[in-house]
Each structure stands twice: as C-alpha cells, then as structure tokens.
Design a protein around this ligand. Structure first.
Ligand SMILES: Nc1ncnc2c1ncn2[C@@H]1O[C@H](COP(=O)(O)OP(=O)(O)O)[C@@H](O)[C@H]1O
Ligand SMILES: [Mg+2]
Length: 474
C-alpha cells in the first residue's frame, strides 16, 4: 500500500472514530437530558391537573383538564377508584388501556399510597417492542383523604427520534465530507510525498546500477525536496568521480604502453645478443617476460577503460560460425596439447552463419576458453553453438569439467581484478580483467552472459546474443 494511502486512511479512520464517539456521547447525553426534562414537565402537569380535580371534583373541571391534554404525543385518561376508565382526552386502543390498567394495579399492589405523597409515580416503558420509549406517570386523586380515581398520562418520546435522525443525518454528511477530505489528502500526499519518493527510489536504483544520468525533478522546498537535492548532488559527484576514474584509467594505461614497448623491445634485443654472457641473457629474458606480462595487463586495462568510456564501435559482419571458431581455435592448439586438454565444438550445421563483430566475439570466446584451460587440468572443454532459427537468436556456451567456482564467488567474477584464488595470480597469468571485458563486449552486442558452476565438477558460461545475430539460412 502506498504511503499516502496509509496516512490518509489513518486520518479518515481517526476523524470518523472521533465523530462517531462524539455523536454517540452527544446522543446519549441529549437523550437523557430530554427525558429528564420531559419527565419533570409531565409530572408537573400531572400534579397541577390532580390538584385542580381534587379541589373541584366536578365534571366541568375534569373536562377542562382533558381539553388541555388533547395532544398527539399524549394519552391522558382518568380511571375511577376501581380502575375503570372514566374519561379520556383522546381515543385509545382497548388493549393499551388494559396495559395501563395492569401497570397501575401493580403500583397499587406494591406501593404505599397516601394523600400526603404529592409526587406522581413514573416509569419508562417500551410498548410492543417499539423502539420509541414512553413515559408513563400516574397520580391518585384524593377527595377527603379517600381515593376517587387515578389520573394517568402516557407521553411518547417521538420528538426525540426526530432529533436522533437529524444527528444521524449529520453524521452521515460529515462522514461523506471526511471521505472527500481523505481523498484530497491522498492526492495531496501523493504529490508531495509518494511521487518524489518514487522518483528518488528510481534515481537511487539507477545510481546503484552505475547510471548517473538520471535527473530528479523537484521544486519542493521541504524535507523531501532537500533529500531529493542531496541525492541529486550525490549522483552528480559520483558521476564526476566515475568520469575522472575512467579518464585516469585510460590515461595511465595509454601512457604506460609506450615505455613498456621500449622496455620489451630492448630486453628482446639484449636477450638475443650473441656477445652477451649467459647471466646477462637470462636476466634480459626475465625482463622481457615480465614486460610481456605487463603489456597484456596494460592492454587489457586500456581496452577496459575504452569500454567503460563507451568509446568502442562494433564492426559487424556476416560470419560463418564453423570457420570462425576453427580460426580462433588455432591459437590454442599447442597449449591444449601441452596441457592434455580436449577442446570440442558442437554445432548442428557447419553452414550456419551469424552477424556480429567477429574479432570482438573471438576475443570473448578466446577469453573464456583461456580461463577454462587455466582451471581445467587434463580435462575437456566443450563449446556449443546453438541457434533459435525462429528468433534468430544465437547461444554460445563454453563448458569445462575443471575446478569450478564457489557459488558465493559467482556474482563477483565479472568485476575487474577479481580472482577467486587471490594467491595464484602470477602463477596462472591473466590480469583478472578478462571477464570484465567479455561482459562489456557481449552487452555491447545487446546480449547477456551467465555462468553456472559447481566446484569440483566444472563451469559453464552461456552467451545469448539477441534477435538478428543468428542469421536465417536459406
Ligand atoms: N572456467 C573457469 N573455471 C574456474 N574459475 C574460473 C573460470 N573462469 C573464470 N574463473 C574465475 O574467475 C576469475 C576471473 O576471471 P577473469 O576475469 O578472466 O580473470 P583472469 O582469468 O585473468 O584471472 C578467475 O580468476 C577465476 O578465479
Ligand atoms: Mg581470464
């Protein structure tokens, strides 16, 4: 879930919870307040009516009182001393009257009634499971200390229901408003938070992959904006650092090449000069050998620097794969014999051709075979060329049954100067740059190179060149 949505959800939930609890407490409190208020009023009225009737126990007074209670929300009636309804202010259902009757009877049975008690007896009742509560209140009428009847009033609290509905409506409207606010909040946060963060995420991802060209566009002047600026600055600095490093590599390898050529050439002269004694020749031979090693290293370094700078052009050609491979194999024949290693080619059709930079791809395969020879004593190396005719894709794999590479080392072998066995560098030769160059060349062709290896069983490097490389045969 997006950060902005999370925050907005939190906001909406908090606001909703606040509004709901507030409305709920408001509802409960106002309901109590309304009920108390209504009860007091009712009891007051009942006492006043009872007093008037007690003072003038004549029909006129009773009718006058009835007239005053002719309301919709009220049932008002007078029972006689035997609980038979005498008069009522409005028509009332018979079973309701029966309910009133039972209620009053219960009070008479359980309560001490006396003329000195002025307060009516009140209760809150829900009739027939109806949600609207009713207030029932009754007061005995005493004339000359004797019960003459019971004045009864039933008031429903319907009016409060309207208030409740109003509150509910209000809550509903407020909830809608909150949702809209939440939505706007999401949009706002997405703009000020999520988008810049996503952009920075993409930028740092690109930087991690070594691409420093990504520009973070931000005009914000807050913490997020400042973070974006810092990342941009970091990226710029890394870019500058990377460029100077590449230039440095390129310059130094270039400048080392000329003096090295001299050293090598004069050492060659010295070691072959007849008039020199054996020791001198031996030492010159040593210089020559080391200068040659150094030349390989410097050449590799120079080449790698060019790849890193992106200064290399491919010269693609139509190549017959079979003869291309045998051409590059010539370089290894002697070495293979010496080391007792078999090198086999597996190709379905000798007529197959491809379209790539033949020299650079030779370099790739030669590098891989060289590695295999180095790490496969008395073994077998198999080069397999496969073609996906439909996709015109070309797969070249180089497999050996040599010492293999531990799995933990596999991700690093492409790095320059990385060697699995750090101690065997000089003995085994090789600059540690081979695979770095190989990777550059394959990727320049738009392809990929992967490696699988099992220590003790061997290694297989697989190059997949993109569509169009493996030409269709007619
Ligand atoms: N076929 C292989 N079998 C075993 N290890 C290999 C193989 N190819 C490459 N490696 C490991 O990967 C490292 C890097 O190879 P590379 O870049 O060609 O450098 P170099 O060959 O100069 O040592 C080698 O030092 C070696 O440890
Ligand atoms: Mg190598």
């Amino acid at each position: 879930m997006k950060l902005s949505s999370k925050l907005a959800m939190l906001l909406v939930i908090t606001l909703l919870a606040t509004i709901l609890t507030m409305s709920f407490t408001f509802y409960i409190q106002s309901k109590e307040f309304y009920r108390d208020h209504l009860t007091k009023q009712l009891e007051h009225r009942l006492v006043a009516h009872a007093e008037s009737i007690e003072n003038h126990f004549v029909i006129d007074t009773i009718l006058h009182v009835l007239k005053m209670e002719k309301e919709d929300t009220v049932n008002f009636l007078l029972f006689d001393e035997h609980l038979t309804p005498l008069v009522m202010a409005q028509p009332i259902d018979a079973d309701l009257i029966e309910a009133y009757h039972i209620w009053i009877e219960q009070i008479i049975d359980t309560t001490v009634l006396h003329p000195s008690i002025k307060q009516p007896i009140t209760d809150y009742v829900s009739i027939r499971e109806h949600p609207i509560q009713h207030i029932w209140s009754m007061k005995p009428i005493y004339v000359n200390e004797r019960v003459k009847g019971y004045l009864f009033i039933d008031q429903d609290m319907r009016e409060f229901e309207t208030t409740k509905n109003n509150i509910l409506q209000l809550v509903f409207i407020m909830s809608i408003i909150i949702f809209i606010v939440g939505l706007l909040f999401v949009l706002y946060l997405t703009r000020v938070l999520t988008k810049p963060l996503q952009m920075m995420g993409r930028a740092t991802n690109q930087i991690a992959q070594g691409n420093f060209e990504y520009e973070i566009q931000t005009t914000a002047n807050d913490e997020v904006g400042r973070l974006a600026q810092d990342i941009q600055q970091m990226s710029n600095q890394l870019k500058r650092y990377n460029n100077t490093r590449k230039q440095f590599l390129s310059h130094i390898s270039h400048d080392l090449r000329t003096p090295l050529t001299y050293v090598k050439a004069y050492a060659a002269l010295l070691k072959d000069r007849e008039e020199n004694d054996t020791l001198c020749k031996k030492q010159a031979e040593m210089i020559y050998k080391q200068a040659k090693n150094m030349e390989v290293l410097v050449n590799d370094l120079f080449e790698l620097a060019k790849y890193e700078e992106g200064n290399i052009q491919l010269h693609k050609d139509v190549v017959n794969l079979y003869s291309w491979f045998h051409d590059l194999k010539l370089d290894f024949d002697l070495k293979l014999q010496q080391e007792n290693i078999k090198l086999k080619l597996e190709i379905e059709n000798n007529e197959w051709s491809a379209f790539f930079d033949k020299e650079k791809m030779k370099q790739v395969v030669k590098n891989l075979i060289e590695n295999s020879i180095r790490y496969t004593p008395n073994g077998e190396i198999q080069v397999r060329i496969e073609k996906n005719e439909q996709l015109q894709q070309l797969d070249i794999s180089i497999q050996d049954n040599g010492q293999g590479i531990p799995e933990s080392e596999l991700p690093f072998i492409w790095e320059r100067f990385y060697r699995v066995d750090k101690s065997r560098t000089s003995k085994n030769g090789g600059s540690g740059l081979g695979l770095a160059i190989v990777k550059h060349i394959v990727e320049l062709h738009g392809g990929t190179i992967t490696v699988e290896s099992k220590p003790g069983f061997g290694t297989i490097f697989t190059i997949v060149l993109p569509q169009g490389t493996g030409l269709k045969e007619d």
